[in-house]
Design a protein around this ligand. Structure first.
Ligand SMILES: Cc1cc2nc3c(=O)[nH]c(=O)nc-3n(C[C@H](O)[C@H](O)[C@H](O)COP(=O)(O)O)c2cc1C
Length: 150
């Protein structure tokens, strides 16, 4: 097994040191290299560094402290309408979610390769996260990755 996979583990507590811009760029590039159904990329990524916004997202995630503590939170958002255009119900209900999930997985592994840590946060109230991130009705938050130095 590649050492990257053995290094990855869930980390829920972070130092306040920010994630360097170059590292964020690499993480986003890795996420955007993930495959998507029909190459449609029915997902988007929202990067949040603002402390107040992170506190609000944490609240929407049942007070999970990993979100408020990490200097960077990436939200992976499925775009069901984009996939539905080509794949109808299957695109809407499955492919868009898979597109977002794969992007998040790639981002996490890239972060680990850059000596950063994260945890997959799936436990949150969708409506509340949608509101904090100012997402549209057709944008569905799938996963949150708080990222920082363990
Ligand atoms: C779909 C999914 C949802 C998860 N949701 C949360 C969550 O809301 N909060 C959290 O702290 N960990 C969450 N986790 C992390 C798991 O608890 C963790 O990956 C698992 O315990 C295995 O530990 P490891 O990642 O260190 O191997 C989630 C993981 C997955 C795959």
């Amino acid at each position: 097994m590649n050492i990257l996979f053995t290094k990855r583990k869930s980390v829920r507590s972070f130092k306040p040191n920010p994630v360097e811009k170059e590292k964020l760029d690499e993480i986003l590039a890795a996420a955007n290299s993930a495959p998507s159904a029909g190459g449609l990329r029915a997902r988007k990524i929202v990067a949040v560094e603002d402390k107040k916004m992170r506190a609000n997202i944490s609240e929407a995630a049942f007070g999970q402290t990993s979100i408020a503590e990490a200097p960077l939170v990436l939200a992976f958002v499925a775009l069901p309408k984009v996939s539905a255009k080509k794949y109808d119900e299957r695109g809407k209900n499955l492919y868009a979610v898979q597109d977002a999930t794969l992007a998040a997985s790639f981002a996490w592994l890239q972060a680990v390769d850059l000596e950063l840590s994260s945890v997959w946060v799936g436990g949150f109230e969708e409506e509340k996260v949608r509101k904090v991130l100012d997402l549209g009705e057709n944008e569905r938050p799938i996963a949150l990755l708080p990222i920082g130095y363990a």
